[in-house]
Design a binder for this molecule. Structure first.
Ligand code: OAD
Length: 247
């Protein structure tokens, strides 16, 4: 279609005609915002023992250490901003029904403007009661400390999923993936289950893009569209690829 000034103008599809683009994001998504990944060289699990800081046993052993670990993450998050990868995904909502399923506990997708974000592993800026999991609170600022209690009088813990705990959002996530027209996997080593198993819920034959500067081992999927770049640049390439797909 030609625009008023002779330029080609793009017509956004009606919401009911939009393809469903589902994104599965991991720590690499936020790397260009300055947040560390877990398993790369210099990743968080090189410096910390995951069972000390991210498991129920670690919490039982040393609450102060666990709270300090997440306080540091939260402080860093408050000093960070969404990168152009996050912003690019938010922009895609003009042309696609975008559903983001993230393993990240940061809120950078939301701050970039994405409107449908499901957190598989919880949210760093929230706390939760130890006696009633439905009591969830926003954390003002960066600190959650010992002595901060829920309304039923129990210590508040970070609202994150620790190793050994169930991923309660998994079923909803699997449902979202099973209705996808396009799947985009970005910035995850696909090492942690059940999150990594979500790919198996994708309808057969849909295009699956993998954006990651490093090789990601995903057995059983020989026809992945691999964009071997960092999130920012990779999303820009993805947008070009998707435009070709629509022509
Ligand atoms: P990992 O640290 O395992 O993987 C990060 C991925 O991001 C790797 O494949 C990197 O190559 C890639 N990467 C690095 N820089 C990137 C960039 N600039 N752009 C795009 N990709 C980049 O992180 P996750 O797969 O997210 O769970 O880890 C999954 C879960 O393990 C986390 O949610 C966390 C962790 O233990 C819990 O704490 C429960």
């Amino acid at each position: 279609m030609q625009g008023k000034h002779g330029r080609t103008s793009r017509v956004c599809p009606e919401p009911e005609n939009m393809k469903k683009l589902v994104v599965l994001s991991g720590a690499g998504m936020s790397a260009e915002s300055g947040l560390r990944t877990f398993r790369d060289m210099g990743g968080l699990w090189e410096e910390y023992d995951v069972y000390e800081v991210a498991s129920p046993a670690g919490w039982a052993k040393d609450r102060a250490l666990v709270l300090k670990f997440y306080n540091e993450r939260r402080k860093q998050l408050l000093e960070s901003s969404p990168n152009r990868g996050h912003l690019g995904l938010a922009e895609l909502e003009k042309d696609f029904e975008v559903r983001i399923i993230t393993q990240n506990i940061d809120d950078l997708h939301e701050r970039a403007g994405s409107t449908s974000v499901l957190h598989l592993h919880g949210e760093l800026r929230k706390s939760r009661s130890m006696v009633d999991p439905d009591l969830i609170y926003d954390i003002e600022g960066w600190e959650l400390n010992e002595g901060e209690l829920c309304e039923k009088g129990s210590q508040l813990r970070p609202h994150v999923v620790w190793f050994g705990e169930p991923v309660t959002a998994f079923e909803e996530a699997a449902g979202i993936v099973s209705r996808a027209d396009i799947l985009v996997i970005i910035g995850t080593s696909m090492n942690v289950y059940p999150a990594a198993g979500l790919i198996d819920y994708a309808p057969a034959g849909i295009p699956i893009y993998v954006i990651d500067p490093n090789e990601v081992f995903i057995p059983g999927y020989p026809r992945l569209h691999v964009i071997r770049k960092k999130a920012g640049e990779g999303i820009a390439d993805l947008i070009n690829e998707l435009q070709k797909l629509e022509q």
